[in-house]
Structure formats: C-alpha cells, structure tokens
Design a protein around this ligand. Structure first.
Ligand SMILES: CC(C)(COP(=O)(O)OP(=O)(O)OC[C@H]1O[C@@H](n2cnc3c(N)ncnc32)[C@H](O)[C@@H]1OP(=O)(O)O)[C@@H](O)C(=O)NCCC(=O)NCCS
Length: 160
C-alpha cells in the first residue's frame, strides 16, 4: 500500500471514485479534475494497493484563509507558495471504509503541508464529520459561506 501524487492519467479513476463518494452537486466533473491535475497534480494524495485505488485527498494551496466555492471550479486560484493547504475532498472507496485509510491519507497531507512550510490545512465539512476532523486537531470555526448542494458546511482549520 502506498501514497503517491497524481498525473493526468488518473483523471478517470479519480472522477469515478469521487462520483461514488459525493452527490452530483458535490462532486467535481471529469473536466474539473482534468484541469486541477494540469495545475496542481502534486496536491493530490492517492492511496493504492497494487494498482487498485483505495482513496484520495485533493485540494489547492491558497493564501485566502477560508475555502470559497469558486476554488472548487477554478484551479487557477491555486497559489503554489500559499499559506494554507485546502482539502476539497476526502474519498475512500466504499469497500475500504472504516479501516483508517482516510486517516492515513490525512496524516500524510498534514505531514507534507508541514514540510512545505504551510501555516496549516483548511477544509469544509458537514456537521456529521466535524468530530472526525477534530481528531486530527482541526478546529471548527462555524458555518461556512459555502452553498454547495444547498447544504450547511462548516469551516475547519488545523493551524500548525
Ligand atoms: C468520510 C470518509 C472519507 C471516511 O473514510 P474512511 O477511510 O472510512 O475513514 P477512517 O477509516 O479513517 O475513519 C472512519 C471511521 O471509521 C472508524 N475506523 C477507523 N478504523 C477503523 C477500524 N479498523 N475498524 C472500525 N472502524 C474504524 C474511525 O474511527 C471513524 O469513525 P468515527 O467517524 O466515528 O471517528 C468516507 O466515509 C467517504 O469517502 N465518505 C464519502 C465522502 C465524504 O463524505 N467525504 C468527507 C467530506 S470531504
């Protein structure tokens, strides 16, 4: 089992897994993944075993202190020397859930973001996952301005 960054060749498998993990309003499209992969392939963390995709995390780097909905759609907002590693999606294939794989990925993202000299990691999540991210040290900063899928999202921040 290993964690690696992504290439454009991963576009289809990542799109497919994301569409299993998220609703049509929440998931990025194939075109959006392709654009992200052209601009920030090193900000994808893919967990796989003998070529089988188990899960992945991805997100741009930004100097903005919270995630805005436009960031999901516009990869050109990526600021490679930015302060915050944003996390746009945490995905584990259904058959591999509850074995700590998302946690393994999250720990790697945190370690890499520290090595890259970031101030920390930011993400938005629904209420039911707040406690999960708190386990990694994220703090809930309250309701986000996000209106994706008409849901209520919370801004979470892990400052190093
Ligand atoms: C949320 C999601 C990424 C979690 O992935 P996962 O690989 O199952 O995550 P983990 O195994 O690290 O932890 C999940 C839960 O299983 C528990 N768990 C971890 N290892 C376990 C094990 N060996 N046996 C039983 N449970 C375990 C964790 O404690 C956690 O429970 P908790 O939430 O009550 O604390 C996955 O369910 C998913 O892809 N969901 C759809 C997409 C989504 O909602 N993503 C998050 C929003 S960005």
């Amino acid at each position: 089992m290993k964690i690696r960054t992504a290439t454009l060749d991963d576009t289809s498998i990542l799109t497919e897994l994301s569409s299993v993990c998220f609703s049509p309003e929440e998931t990025a499209t194939k075109k959006e993944f392709e654009e992200r992969l052209k601009i920030y392939p090193d900000h994808f963390w893919i967990l796989e075993e003998t070529g089988k995709l188990i899960g992945f995390i991805n997100g741009m780097v930004t100097n903005e202190s919270v995630i805005r909905d436009e960031m999901f759609k516009n990869p050109f907002l990526h600021e490679k020397d930015g302060a915050w590693q944003a996390i746009f999606g945490v995905n584990t294939a259904p058959e591999y859930r509850k074995h700590g794989y998302a946690a393994k990925l999250m720990r790697q993202v945190i370690e890499d973001a520290k090595k890259q000299g970031r101030r920390g990691c930011i993400l938005t999540c629904k209420k039911e996952l707040i406690h999960y991210y708190e386990k990694f040290g994220y703090k809930n900063e309250g309701v986000s301005k996000s209106s994706i899928a008409d849901a209520v999202w919370y801004d979470m921040r892990l400052e190093f």
